[in-house]
Structure formats: structure tokens, C-alpha cells
Design a protein around this ligand. Structure first.
Ligand code: FES
Length: 630
């Protein structure tokens, strides 16, 4: 509990994964706090503790003891894991809580779509239909020997995964000896009866710090059968990479309670739930069984390491090196991922501590696929994925220069007074017209409860172009919506009578400052790559913006605040989740796996923290540029 909260008996409630924070008076239930924050938790019984719908999980802080109603609903183990009913629990300190997806009435927007090209399908997975002679009194070979004998001309050095070996005999008999043998290279990973109508598929996953996108792809046709996503369940342990690494460093104990184990379990369990849902959807839709025989998982270096169980502590310490940068093939059962028993998970290489396999995957899908021809010319292409860390690459003259810049979580709504993630009620578009009128649009056209990243970027660009901000980011006096009634001046974006929680949604000087830091870091990264390649803004031929946030931003406004260089808009492309598209390519093609390793090996990684020009470029980029765009 903060000293301030104690004095005023007010508590700060942080609601994840929505990213809303609210101060409430003591005596407000967690359900009440969520309602005040405009976050809809399901509460069928109206808060009397009997429907059990308003489950939340306490991550940090102290709550009133469980009520009898809660004791009827939860087991001791669930209490130990932090589960409570939001309508029954009252804060005794500042609280960090996690709302499970089933308790939220509306879900956060997840960006799953991406531009995708057609690629040649040649996966590492091979499907071999065989008819094995059944044993007879004159043929007493073991089941496995007869399988081996049938396959030796096709896969001479066959290796069998133990769970496949252990379960093969009953499958042979059930299948009346007609099977499909599924190989990953020369490893037999699954045996499927031929008579069962089965879709043989692969799983591609992009683990983002905030969001996870997953795709199940038919390995015969290359078609994406279903795509789905979830908020990264690790959010409750830290919104950004650094805080999750700190969580691991601060929970060094061995065994089940170790920080790395906890975080690994959270993402594994989240993915397994997602696989289950997606599998059920496909089986129902196609009336066929689904066998997921292979997986490709990409993520930034920290997400990659946490998923794979590699140490992350060194990522938090200079010089921030990855534990593993090479591509890895890990048995799915060792990671606890529920795909076919003998299946493996392919993790593409990382480039550096803060440029991970997801960026390699993004480069694979953008520079090498769509822009393949550019790799052989002198054209210059910038490709970036904006997040808490923004990874930027510049392709020029057959060279790729890459860097990562600490843009912070402001575009995820964190460190912004009324910031929130892209969920219903978030202001996502803002326009200030010449007459000074403010127009905004919220996600789902719900009453406003906060501002998400694209909204905060818009409002700051619009304020600057409406002369409400000066080039240093200071609020000017003249606009009627600039209020000086509080300790600090603030811009009232939505009045309290028009919002969903009856509190004004405001932009403070501190918010503006946060965005200046974020956009300054991104622009400095771009300018340093241009400097390293010996070219200038005017030489850029294409500017590719990938990722969830990049999909929704107004590129022109990103230029107006100086986050992006000023370029003709037709040179800019917003390509969606390119890392997810790259993961699918690697699922479908051995060639793309090789290409991923080639890219990671060839990249000229530029470390910004000790780059001689970084401080100068960053300081320059904090200001808003001369107004140039209409
Ligand atoms: Fe029904 Fe909480 S709202 S149990």
C-alpha cells in the first residue's frame, strides 16, 4: 500500500489484461472498481456471490478474507492460486488483478490478420500412407519390425519418438494395418489410421509481450483453417519485457515457484487452451479429426526464452545477450505443448537480446517474400514492428541493418493517465477540426472509458496541428478544453457526461511526455539505421509497418509528430501481423526455415545504447517537427 493510499484510504486497482487503472475509495468491491473503470466483468447474479461468473485472480496486494459464498465456489488450491469473486473481495491495499477471458463480457481486439503471399508447400513433415502386412503364424515379426521393413526404402534411417513407439500396436490393429506414417525429417512423430478422415495440420504461433496470435494450417493445402488469439497470460507478472525479466530475477527459487517456471507455465497453459478451442472449432466445421503434427513458435527474445525455458536473467543485464540465438527444434512434450505426442516445436533464430525470432519472421514475410526482387537492387526498404521495444530493419544494397529501440509501453496504454489497451470503449481515432471541435471514435462505438495507443498518437498529432501544443510538447492556454484547474494542465478529450464511467478522459503533460519519449526512440532508431547505411530519408523506397499497433495507427499522424519520417503515403504499407505470416511460411516450407537462419546470420545488428549518435538523434527526435503535412 502506498503511503498516500493509506492516508486517504483510497486504493489503486490495476485491471489486467485490459490495462486500466483506477483509484477507488476503501469499501469498493473489485467488481465495483471494475465497473467504475468501465471494464465489464460478467456478473449474472448482480454481485450477490452466487453465480460465480465474476472470477478474478489476485496477483498482488491484499484483499478482505474469502466469504462463505466464495468458499462454496473455490477449492483451497484455487484460493492459493489467487482466485476470488470480484463482487465479494474488497481491497485492503493497492491491487493488481487479472481478469480471465471468461469473466470479461467483451474481449480485447487482437490483430491476427496479415498480408500473405502464396508459397511453395514443402514442409519438413512427410505423410506416408502404408499398408503393413498383419502378423500370421508364419510371420512372427514384431509390430515395430514390420513397420520398419515397410518403410526402410523410403526412410532408411528412421527414428521413432518414444510415445509413438509405445502406442503404435493398438493403432495398427484399430487401423487394420492401414496407416499414415507422419515423419518430421526422419523422425516418426505420429501414426494415423488411414480410414479416419483426419486433417493433418501444423500450428504457427506468434507470442507477443501483450498478445498471442495462433494459426492452424493444413499442411497439405497450406490453407489457414482457423486463427485465434489471446492476451499473453504473463501480463499479470509485468506489462513489458523488462518487468517480466525482473520477476524472474526476483523469484530465483528452484522448482515450481521459480519465476521462470511460473511464466513458462502461464504461456504454455494459455496456448494449450487456445489449441483446444481451435481444434474443436475445426473438427466441428470440417467434421474431421485434426492432428497437429508440427509447430513453429516465434516471439521476441524474452518471450522465446520464457516459452522454451531458457534463462532470461542475462537479458536484463548489459550487454543483454540471448542465451540461445540459433534455431532450435524442441520436442513438444518437453515444453508441455499439446500437439501430437511425437511432434516438435521449431523456434527460429534470434538476432540479439532485443531483436528476436519474431523480427526474423517478420523480415521473412515482408522483405524476402513480397519484396523479394528488392533484395537484388539498391532500393531501400524500412520495416518496423512497434511495441514496447520497437524492432526496426533497413534493407539496402543487399544488406540488412537492424536495431531495437526502447519505445516503452505508452502505445499499449501504460504510463498514460487514461490509457488502456485496444478494447471496447477505448478512444482509437481523434480529429480536431479547424473550428476547434473534437471528434473521436471508440472501439465498438461504446461510450469512452480511456484511450488506446492509436488514439493517443492521433490526439497528440491533432493537438499539435491545432496549435494546442507547442513543438516542445507544452500545452498552450487558449483552447477551451485545456484545463488548468488541477495541479497540472490537461487537455479534456472527453467530458465526464459523455464517457462510460462518468469521468473525463484527459491527456496530461506527462502523457505527452511519454509519447515524446516513445516516438523519439523510434525515430532515432530509424535515423541511425539510415546513417549506418549511408542514405537519407529521401532515399527510402518503401516503409513497412507491421504488427498489431502498426495496423491501426494513422501513418500520417505518426509523420506529423515526427515518429516516422515524412514520406509519400503510397510508399507506406501497413501489413498486419507479418511475424505470424512468417511463422506460417516456416511451418509450410523447409526453405523458409533455412532462409530464417540466413537472415539472422546476415543481419548487421546495431546496438543503439552505445551508438555514438544515439543521444544526439534521440534528443533531436523528442521535439515535434516543423508543420509540413496538410
Ligand atoms: Fe455473481 Fe459475483 S457477480 S458471483
Amino acid at each position: 500500500m502506498t503511503e498516500n493510499s493509506q492516508k486517504q484510504n483510497r486504493f489503486l486497482i490495476e485491471l489486467q489484461p485490459i490495462g486500466r487503472r483506477i483509484q477507488v475509495p476503501g469499501g469498493t468491491s473489485l467488481l465495483g472498481a471494475a465497473q467504475l473503470a468501465g471494464v465489464d466483468i460478467t456478473s449474472v447474479c448482480g454481485g450477490i456471490g452466487i453465480c460465480g461468473d465474476c472470477k478474478i485472480r489476485l496477483v498482488q496486494g491484499e484483499l478482505t478474507p474469502p466469504t462463505l459464498e466464495e468458499k462454496d465456489i473455490f477449492t483451497e488450491e484455487q484460493f492459493q492460486n489467487g482466485y476470488r469473486l470480484a463482487c465479494q473481495a474488497y481491497p485492503l491495499s493497492d491491487i493488481l488483478l487479472e481478469i480471465p477471458p471468461e469473466s470479461l463480457t467483451s474481449l480485447q481486439r487482437l490483430q491476427l490478420e496479415s498480408q500473405q503471399a502464396e508459397i511453395a508447400i514443402e514442409p519438413p513433415i512427410q505423410i506416408i500412407p502404408i499398408n503393413i502386412p498383419a502378423p500370421t503364424i508364419t510371420d512372427l515379426r514384431s509390430d515395430f519390425t514390420r513397420l520398419q521393413d515397410e518403410l526402410k526404402s523410403i526412410v532408411p534411417s528412421m527414428k521413432v519418438e518414444y510415445p509413438v513407439l509405445a502406442s503404435a500396436s493398438p493403432v495398427f490393429r484399430k487401423a487394420k494395418w492401414n496407416i499414415q506414417a507422419i515423419f518430421n525429417q526422419d523422425h516418426l512423430v505420429s501414426i494415423i489410421p488411414t480410414q479416419n478422415p483426419t486433417i493433418i495440420a501444423g500450428l504457427a504461433v506468434d507470442i507477443g509481450t501483450t498478445k498471442v496470435a495462433a494459426y492452424i494450417v493444413d499442411l497439405n493445402t497450406g490453407v489457414t483453417l482457423v486463427q485465434d488469439g489471446l492476451m499473453n497470460p504473463q501480463i499479470a507478472f509485468g506489462e513489458d519485457v523488462i518487468s517480466r525479466i525482473s520477476y524472474v530475477i526476483n523469484h530465483p527459487e528452484n522448482g515450481e515457484t521459480s519465476g521462470s517456471k511460473v511464466l513458462q507455465e502461464r504461456i504454455r497453459d494459455g496456448l494449450n487452451k487456445l489449441i483446444q478451442t481451435m481444434q474443436a472449432e475445426i473438427e466441428q466445421k470440417f467434421a474431421k479429426q485434426l492432428e497437429i503434427v508440427d509447430a513453429v513458435v516465434v516471439g521476441n527474445t524474452a518471450m522465446h526464452h520464457l516459452f522454451a525455458g531458457f534463462p532470461v536473467q542475462q537479458l536484463g543485464l548489459s550487454p543483454y545477450v540471448p542465451a540461445v540465438s540459433e534455431a532450435s527444434l524442441i520436442r513438444a512434450r518437453e515444453l508441455g505443448l499439446n500437439i501430437t505426442k511425437g511432434g516438435s516445436v521449431y523456434l527460429p533464430p534470434n538476432i540479439a537480446g532485443y531483436v528476436g525470432a519474431d523480427h526474423v519472421s517478420m523480415l521473412l514475410a515482408t522483405l524476402y517474400q513480397y519484396r523479394k526482387e528488392l533484395a537484388y537492387t539498391n532500393k531501400a526498404v524500412v520495416a518496423l514492428d512497434i511495441g514496447t521495444n520497437t524492432e526496426i530493419s533497413l534493407l539496402h544494397n543487399r544488406q540488412i541493418y537492424s536495431c531495437s529501440t526502447a519505445s516503452g509501453p505508452a502505445f499499449e496504454g501504460a504510463h498514460i493517465q487514461d490509457g488502456m489497451r485496444a478494447a471496447p470503449g477505448a478512444i482509437e481515432r481523434v480529429q480536431i477540426t479547424k473550428d476547434g471541435k473534437i471528434h473521436y471514435k471508440t472501439i465498438g462505438d461504446q461510450p469512452a472509458i480511456g484511450i488506446c495507443g492509436s488514439g493517443i498518437l492521433d490526439v497528440i498529432a491533432e493537438m499539435y496541428y491545432a496549435d494546442i501544443l507547442d513543438e516542445k510538447g507544452a500545452l498552450l492556454n487558449h483552447h477551451p478544453r485545456v484545463s488548468r484547474s488541477g495541479r497540472f494542465p490537461e487537455f479534456i478529450l472527453a467530458n465526464e457526461d459523455e464517457t462510460g464511467h462518468h469521468q473525463a478522459v484527459v491527456v496530461t503533460r506527462r502523457d505527452i511526455n511519454e509519447i515524446q519519449l516513445a516516438k523519439g526512440a523510434i525515430r532515432a532508431g530509424i535515423d541511425i539505421l539510415l546513417y549506418e547505411a549511408g542514405i537519407e530519408v529521401g532515399d527510402i523506397d518503401e516503409f513497412i509497418v507491421a504488427g498489431a499497433f502498426g495496423t491501426y495507427i494513422n501513418v500520417k499522424n505518426a509523420m506529423r509528430i515526427g515518429m516516422f519520417p515524412i514520406l509519400p503515403l503510397d510508399k507506406c504499407h501497413q501489413v498486419g501481423n507479418a511475424a505470424g505470416a512468417g511463422a506460417k511460411y516456416m511451418l509450410l516450407s523447409k526453405y523458409y526455415r533455412e532462409l530464417a537462419s540466413k537472415i539472422a546470420h546476415e543481419v548487421n545488428y546495431i546496438e543503439l545504447s552505445n551508438h555514438p549518435k544515439f543521444t544526439e538523434e534521440f534528443s533531436k527526435s523528442l521535439f515535434f517537427p516543423i508543420k509540413y503535412l496538410p
